[in-house]
Design a protein around this ligand. Structure first.
Ligand code: FE2
Length: 233
């Protein structure tokens, strides 16, 4: 299931230390590693200057700020896209301030999964709510028009400090806009071979496969290949 982590630490983390600790803990894709990453993400949440510093530094160099970012305007990449992960900041607007250009309409209306795993923490504001289901079908059963077996897991609110892990392919979610402007931080993991789908909840039928790859995802793959070359050849 999508996993919620509880964190007891009160030690805020600076970005450079976050990257150092992350880079030293990428050896295995285990649940232990994910829970360690969840703690690091929580410690970034405790750093209350992080987003302010990031946005202010962007404003001082507007021309280059996020120039390689292919996401919608309310998602920002913080730092470098590394082979094994990167850090993302999301802005979640309330419905009253909803901007069609933001591209968030699908997020709020159509249950979908992702072909990558990610960790998320509520950073600011009350946070969006989300319903989560587990997909009990394998990749081969996911043709458009076919029915998916869904098991409802939970509805949660991404309140400040709440850390949730979404598994690639398995977790289907539908988000509800927050009442007030909210921010979240994600640790994004590389894409997998899982299919990204959108599901009609009434019929439980798959209505769309979500396209890939974008240039940024190709960049991910390219760096993975480079790393393999370094390590294997
Ligand atoms: Fe999503």
């Amino acid at each position: 299931m999508a996993i919620t982590f509880r964190n007891e630490t009160d030690k805020a983390l600076e970005l450079d230390e976050f990257y150092r600790l992350m880079d030293n803990n990428l050896a295995e894709n285990s649940s232990l590693q994910i829970s360690y990453h969840a703690e690091l993400l929580y410690r970034l949440f405790l750093n209350r200057n992080l987003v302010k510093q990031f946005l202010l530094s962007g404003l001082t160099d507007e021309k280059n700020f996020q120039k390689d970012n292919l996401y919608t305007p309310d998602s920002f990449i913080i730092g470098e896209v590394k082979p094994a992960y990167y850090l993302r900041l999301n802005i979640w607007q309330p419905e009253s301030e909803f901007d069609q250009r933001s591209g968030k309409s699908n997020v709020y209306t159509i249950p979908h999964n992702h072909d990558f795993s990610f960790l998320t923490v509520g950073y600011f504001g009350a946070g969006y709510q989300s319903d989560v289901w587990e997909i009990e079908s394998s990749n081969t059963d996911l043709a458009i028009g076919s029915k998916v077996n869904l098991v409802f897991l939970e509805r949660f609110q991404l309140a400040p400090g709440k850390v949730v892990y979404f598994r690639a392919g398995k977790d289907l979610h539908l988000q509800y806009p927050p009442e007030h402007l909210s921010l979240s931080l994600n640790i994004m993991y590389p894409p997998t071979e899982k299919l990204q789908i959108k599901v009609d909840l009434d019929s439980k039928q798959i209505i769309e496969h979500v396209g890939r790859p974008t240039s940024m995802r190709r960049e991910f793959v390219r760096r993975q290949i480079e790393r393999l070359h370094e390590e294997v050849l």
